[in-house]
Design a protein around this ligand. Structure first.
Ligand SMILES: NC(=O)c1ccc[n+]([C@@H]2O[C@H](COP(=O)([O-])OP(=O)(O)OC[C@H]3O[C@@H](n4cnc5c(N)ncnc54)[C@H](O)[C@@H]3O)[C@@H](O)[C@H]2O)c1
Length: 254
């Protein structure tokens, strides 16, 4: 797989456990140039350290809080100025209030519901709108979803509803952007212990269930997700758009 000469935006690295970091490493190993975006000064140094550890020329690290259209516009204006054209974008962003990731979904507040939808689902459309302008040679957009958007999974609650909306957005965006040669797909990752996952109630028991019952009898790694993203970013997947690929040791078939 050779992506040298191509530039990819990776949104959502927080630390070395982030799935976005797994995707970044797969892209980097294939020779791609990377642009990282992050939200909040709190994680800036961690993202910069990881980006520097790649020792790759031309890597950029830019702020982009996806709740702000102005922040998205200014981030992509900077990207345009620096590289002109991008070939792909990894959207690895989600957030919900901890209190909405346990107990009964029926207790979800209006605020909590809208917050999860805004950051975890609408942001894909907000970003695709501006990224499209930079994908002048066509492109590939990949987002991350979870089985909790297809089924009611205990504690996933408000995030499951946000993922269902994200999954539908993938189909509508794929339908709109196909004529520009831009493909839009998702990866439904099996549970991985990351910063965001820590907020989900009884996450350890979800991991144990996968180890005990998934066809492959093991949990998913960020590297496995990264390599599937690499496939979706490459020409090998040129006929695929609007699709969701489960990278979950086969758990979803049960
Ligand atoms: N970890 C899992 O088990 C799992 C499984 C399936 C899907 N996913 C999805 O993978 C994606 C990445 O999550 P992760 O598990 O790697 O956790 P993570 O905590 O490493 O990444 C989540 C990222 O979202 C970013 N983010 C939150 N609010 C933001 C905002 N307003 N603007 C910009 N960025 C913002 C955070 O800064 C962080 O970098 C998420 O969409 C998550 O739902 C995770």
């Amino acid at each position: 797989m050779n992506l040298s000469g191509k530039t990819f935006v990776v949104m959502g690295v927080a630390n070395k456990r982030s799935i976005a970091w797994g995707i970044a490493r797969s892209l980097h190993n294939a020779g791609a140039r990377l642009i990282f975006t992050y939200a909040g000064e709190r994680i800036e140094s961690s993202v910069r350290d990881l980006a520097n550890s790649l020792e790759a020329e031309g890597t950029l690290v830019l702020p982009c809080d996806v709740t702000s259209d102005e922040a998205i516009a200014s981030c992509f204006a900077e990207i345009k100025e620096a590289v002109g054209t991008i070939h792909g974008l990894a959207h690895c962003i989600a957030f919900a209030k901890t209190e909405d990731l346990k107990g009964e979904f029926v207790s979800t507040s209006r605020d909590g519901f809208l917050l999860a939808q805004n950051i975890s689902s609408y942001s894909l459309t907000a970003v695709a709108k501006v990224a499209r302008e930079l994908m002048t040679e066509g492109g590939s957009i990949v987002t991350l979803t979870y089985l909790g958007g297809e089924r009611a999974i205990p504690n996933y609650n408000v995030m499951g509803v946000a993922k269902a909306s994200l999954d539908a957005s993938v189909r509508y965006l794929a339908s709109d952007l196909g004529k520009d040669g831009i493909r839009v797909n998702s990866i439904s990752a099996g549970p991985i212990r990351t910063l965001s996952a820590k907020a989900i109630g009884e996450f350890n028991s979800i991991l144990s269930e996968i180890e005990a019952k998934a066809p492959l009898r093991r949990t998913t790694t960020p590297e496995e997700v990264g390599d599937t993203a690499l496939f979706l970013f490459s020409d090998l997947s040129r006929g695929i758009t609007g699709e969701n690929i489960h990278v979950d040791s086969g758990y979803h078939i049960l």
